[in-house]
Structure formats: C-alpha cells, structure tokens
Design a binder for this molecule. Sequence first.
Ligand SMILES: Cc1ncc(COP(=O)(O)O)c(C=O)c1O
Length: 393
Amino acid sequence: MVNENIRNAEEHLLHIYNRFPVVLDHGEGVYLYDTEGKQYLDFAAGIGVNGLGYHNTELNDALKAQLDKLCHISNLYYHENSGAAADALAAASGMDKVFFTNSGAEAIEGALKTARKYAWTKKSGRYEVIAMNHSFHGRTVGAVSVTGHREYREPFGPLFPGVHFADYNDLESVKALVSDQTCAIILEPLQGEGGIHPATQEFMEGIRKLCDEQDILMICDEVQCGMGRTGTMFAWQGYGVRPDIMTMAKAIGNGIPVGAFAMMEHVAEQSLKPGDHGTTYGGNPLACMAVRKVLEIFEKERIVEHVNKIAPYLTARLDELTDKKECILERRGRGLMQGLVLTKPFGEVNLRALEEGLLVISAEGNVLRLLPPLIIEEKHVDEMIKKLERALS
Ligand SMILES: Cc1ncc(COP(=O)(O)O)c(C=O)c1O
C-alpha cells in the first residue's frame, strides 16, 4: 500500500527531493500517522513550521470559517484580517511595517529589494550585501545569492551581484568585507540548515554597531529560528539587538503558506513605495487569518513561556545522551532548535529512527536536527530520547 502510494506520487513529480519512505496521512498534537496507521513522534515539525503541532482545533476552525467566508481578493482591496495580522506581527516583533509574502524565500527577496531601494533613495550608490558562510536563505535566485553554500549557488550563476561571504561569529571577517558599497548585512541569529550554530552575543552586538556606524541595514532572517523557537518570540530579541529589517515565514502560519518581511519606520520611509513590489496571493484573507490566529494562540497559551520551561529539560536529556553515546560528538542549539553532531551517517540513523516511529531531520555537517512542535511536554522528550537511543545503537 505504502509503495503503491509512493509510486503514484513519483510518477509525475519532478524528482528533486530525497523523500523519506513514509506516506503521512494525518496528525494530532505532536504525532503524525502514516496511511497504515503507524504513529510517529514528530521532532521535525514540517521543518520548523508546525509550532502548534497538528489538529489545533481553534486554528482549524478559524481557517475553515475563513475559507467559507473569503479566501482571496487580491491586494487591490482591504480585508479584515490584513491589518489585524500586521498589527499582531508588529507587536510581536517590535517592527513598524509588515509586508506579507507566500514563503521564506520570498520574504528574503523583499528584504533585499528593500535594502537596495533604501540605498537608491539615499543616492548612496550602495548595492553590496554581506552574507554568512553556511547560511541558508531559500531557493529563489536572490535568496540563493546570499546563501553560503557554493553547491546551491554555482549551478545557477551569474547571480545577484555584489554579495560577499563572511565567517559567521567572526566580526573581523565581516569588517574586512565592508566597503562604501555595502548596503546590508544579512544573517540568521541561529543558523539552521548550516548545522545549528547560534550567533554569539558579541557577534550580534558587533554587527549592530558596525551597521549603525556605516549606515548599513542589518537584516535578520527569522524564518526558521523565529516564533518562539529559541525562547524569545524572535531570536534577535534574545540578544537585545534589533535589526532594521527581518524576515519570517514557517511557524507564523503553522502550515498555511505565509511569510513576511518587516522593517523599522526609518527604513520604510526611504524604501519601497507603491509600485515597487507586490504579490498576488501574499497576505490574502486565509493567510492573514492563520497569522492572526496563530499569534492569538501563542499569547493565550503562553507558548514562549512554555518553550522556556521545556527547553532546559530537552537540553539536559540531550546532553545526557551525548555523554552516553560515542557516536554523538556534540550538542548545539538554543531552546527547541537543537542539533547533535553525529559520527554515524545521518541517513542510517534516520532510517532506524523512522522504524522506531520518530521523525527528525538533518543539517549540514552530519547534524541530526531537532525542531519539535513548541507544545512538546517532558513525556515527549523522554519518548524521543528512548527512540533516538535505539536508533543510534
Ligand atoms: C533561515 C531560512 N531562511 C529562508 C528559508 C526559505 O524559506 P522557504 O522554504 O519558505 O522559501 C528557510 C527554509 O528552510 C530558512 O531556514
């Protein structure tokens, strides 16, 4: 049955993802179930999307009601969710102006266009961007241009010009690339795909200072590390270092495709104006209902507080496992965004984890990445540790 499903799925789908041999059917809380009824404990959350887990009835009811009322109208008109969703995101992020997109990569494109337009408005002639080695910002041409993986960029060149790559957490390497052409510095406060590397306090503060001194815009990519995952609503808030522009996606819609880029007033005043940017679907009534409701549930259920309560337990149990298992070299991460550096190939461990009914994902450097729904409890951590221990043996 499962093989039949996979064969059907692969017949006309472009073979571009190395999918795991599982056909998922439905979800409940922090568990997913395949078409044969097997249960999986989900420590991947759709790559950090399903912060509220699965089958959240409050969210689903609001989405169903919105579907029946109005799904799409284009950005030529207002609707009752756009302002409410933007207000909620602005309040949660401390940013002044929000633009809704359909994905993380599209949010990155918007952030880059904003930075370029800011330089254009100020007639500074600046266009260069400093990005980080091992960063990941998405798969569109602009996003790939600032992604610090040669293999993601090279086959698609020539890309967006003027991008230079510095070493993450090495302020001197960033300073060495700054010129009178630099318009923006883009970074993830915690690199996800690149192997779960948190920025140091000094690095975040140093970048902010550099940007202030040189009139460069600081862009934080919060697509993966945002929305409570690291113990603050957005990861930069944990450093007390506010960017000029930030990008969001993934968990802001809990599965409804929606992203956003947001900026401070001084950037908005001197950057994108009507006609400069747009999107047909971005911020439609359904997407904005998702954002509005997700943020409402985050507040009501005190999700960020919960992350701070459960994360030390997860960290302690992972550290225990790291001490116990020779095939784990190191644990890295913050909050509910954790990585284990393995000596065994991830692919092997992952197949064993699937057999055990555990979903995990990989990151660069043979890292086993854990991005559970933010609603996990201690009992789920215990269950994950048991399953993972077996998968690693
Ligand atoms: C940090 C970061 N930025 C951007 C993206 C791209 O987001 P999307 O896949 O929604 O385009 C991702 C996706 O994993 C990401 O992790």
